[in-house]
Design a protein. Structure first.
Lengths: 256, 314
């Protein structure tokens, strides 16, 4: 079943075409890696889908419904959630409070004025999330004091309180040390697989892409250069040249 | 950690209310005015936690006061509860309308915009004969649900009225701050983007906070008018709003009891300063502000906060 259907998406910032006629659809339960050099339009793509930026032209449909004009909060409530390249958490609040606030806001369209935020049930759910995302040791620490990898995990844990159908992860492993990257992705992907979540993740590390993605979209100059299995996309000549930066020498060698 | 706020507040409210008839007249008056102004500061506390400073709470303070004055003067409403309700309704209506604009702004723009609106009202009050112009006008002596105690005894009733209002407001705001909506205050201060991506509207939340703060300021203005027996345009002047901000810094925003305690300290300071050093009030205020920011940046309440001591002895 098609979950997300993007048609002829265009977005310019001045003379820069950040999205140039993007056409793509994503089926339920897919795990899609998005690659591309800096400035290729990967984050813009995520920003457009989640409503943070509006396209100049084009249409974004989710479960058959046009979501193009909706603000981020409405799109979130429909079940499209995201994490951020720079974690967006409540820095002065503790890990537990971050999750409690997230859970409290997720439950009702209009947050309650009167019912308490700290209920036993909600604290229990925050505990489960901390368990699943390995945050339990940091429970009472303010988010400012967290190591980058942990802050990334908190950011993702806060993105899943709405039990999303579609989750967009913007560079989940950026700023995380090499030996922690796979561990972090394992934690996240295990949790998401259990929930049957469809995942789009932006990633620069091709080893991560090869390991976790079943499908890869390669972005170049605001357009999708290649779309297919990791092997097919990563060996694509144009991708090799423009995305992976293996220049013309490699292409020449291939030509033989 | 157990929440002692309900018991602590109830005990404090009972003690203060019981002291009413025992205090000398000047002290009872001081407490009445301090608690009424503490209501305004309680409203500022909500905004402060959101990272917003209003330099225009005088607007709602004046609307609350003038609602009482005008209704007494022209419509002959005398019941204190009714007058209080009208004062709150007036300021809530104003904030609900202005909020559509104000809630879009942050930081210095928020502060200056609120100040601008309060100065607009000041200008209108000063220039309008029917509203008493620069002199303002006298406020009627109120009755309480049919009981008219007379001008002298009314003061004690107003004292109790402000005790009840402050108690109910403090409990209500405490409850509000423990709710998901109240938790949005800190969340918005820390990260508006995340709040939107959690499915909540930042603008609506700030709008709601502006209305809540205005309701408290309106209540404070109404009771202040009853206690003083007079309203004038100075209630809307920016120095009045500045005083509320000053008391917020003096009190600290760590507890909903802080605004009332801080307000009493402030009124005591003002009384003694005008008595012993009549021309040095501004100097006193300036020095205290300086010392506070340097040594007690979280306000006087941080000195008595239980949590602070617990942490120190851990």
């Amino acid at each position: 079943m098609t979950l997300l259907d993007v048609a002829k998406l265009n977005k310019s910032f001045g003379s820069v075409r950040a999205a140039d006629g993007i056409d793509v659809s994503v089926a339920q339960h897919e795990v899609v890696g998005i690659i591309g050099a800096n400035g290729a339009g990967k984050t813009t793509f995520v920003n457009l889908i989640t409503g943070y930026q509006k396209p100049d032209t084009g249409r974004i449909a989710y479960q058959g419904r046009d979501i193009t004009p909706l603000p981020p909060r409405a799109i979130t409530r429909l079940g499209i959630c995201r994490s951020f390249q720079v974690p967006q958490v409540f820095l002065t609040a503790t890990v537990e409070d971050n999750l409690l606030i997230a859970l409290g806001l997720a439950e009702h369209t209009r947050p309650s004025f009167w019912r308490r935020l700290r209920t036993a049930e909600r604290i229990g759910r925050a505990g489960e999330l901390m368990e699943r995302y390995r945050l339990s040791d940091y429970r009472d620490r303010p988010a400012t004091q967290l190591p980058q990898g942990v802050r990334k995990l908190l950011d993702i844990a806060m993105a899943v309180v709405h039990r999303p159908q579609l989750l967009l992860l913007d560079e989940p492993t950026s700023g995380v040390s090499l030996d922690e990257k796979f561990e972090l992705m394992d934690i996240v992907m295990d949790a998401l697989r259990e929930g049957g979540v469809t995942v789009l993740f932006i990633e620069h590390d091709m080893d991560i892409v090869g390991r976790y993605a079943r499908r890869v979209l390669a972005f170049y100059d605001g357009a999708i250069l290649a779309d297919g299995t990791p092997d097919a996309v990563l060996s694509h000549a144009m991708v090799q040249q423009h995305v992976l930066g293996r220049g013309s020498a490699h292409a020449a060698a291939a030509r033989g | 950690m157990r929440d002692w706020t309900l018991w602590g507040l109830s005990a404090a409210a009972l003690i203060v209310a019981a002291l009413g008839p025992l205090l000398p007249e000047w002290a009872a008056y001081l407490v009445t005015v301090a608690l009424a102004r503490g209501l305004v500061v309680l409203g500022l506390l909500i905004l402060w936690r959101t990272g917003l400073v209003s330099f225009g709470q005088g607007l709602y303070f004046a609307i609350g006061g003038y609602a009482v004055g005008l209704l007494g003067q022209y419509v002959h409403v005398r019941d204190a509860f009714l007058l209080l309700a009208y004062g709150i309704a007036g300021s809530v209506t104003a904030a609900a309308a202005l909020g559509f604009l104000i809630a879009r702004y942050r930081e210095i723009f928020f502060a200056m915009l609120t100040l601008a609106f309060s100065m607009l009202l000041y200008g209108v009050l000063v220039k309008t004969e029917a509203l008493g112009s620069t002199d303002g006008f006298a406020v009627v002596s109120p009755s309480f649900l049919g009981h008219a105690p007379g001008a002298a005894a009314a003061n004690l009733w107003i004292y109790w009225l402000v005790c009840v209002t402050a108690y109910v407001s403090a409990l209500g705001i405490h409850r509000y701050l423990s709710s998901p909506m109240g938790a949005l205050a800190v969340a918005i201060r820390d990260n508006e983007i995340r709040v939107e991506y959690l499915g909540a509207s930042v603008k609506n939340a700030v709008h709601v906070e502006c209305v809540l703060a205005a309701a408290l300021a309106g209540a404070g203005g109404a009771i202040n008018a009853l206690a003083v027996g007079h309203v004038d345009p100075d209630m809307a002047y920016w120095t009045t709003s500045g005083e509320f901000v000053f008391v917020t810094i003096l009190s600290g925003t760590g507890s909903i009891a802080a605004p009332f305690a801080g307000s009493i300290v402030f009124e005591l300071l003002r009384t003694y300063a005008t008595q012993y050093a009549p021309y040095l009030w501004q100097l006193v205020v300036g020095s205290i502000l300086l010392l506070l920011i340097l040594f007690v940046p979280n306000g006087l309440w941080s000195l008595v906060s239980v949590r602070r001591w617990r942490k120190a002895f851990k």
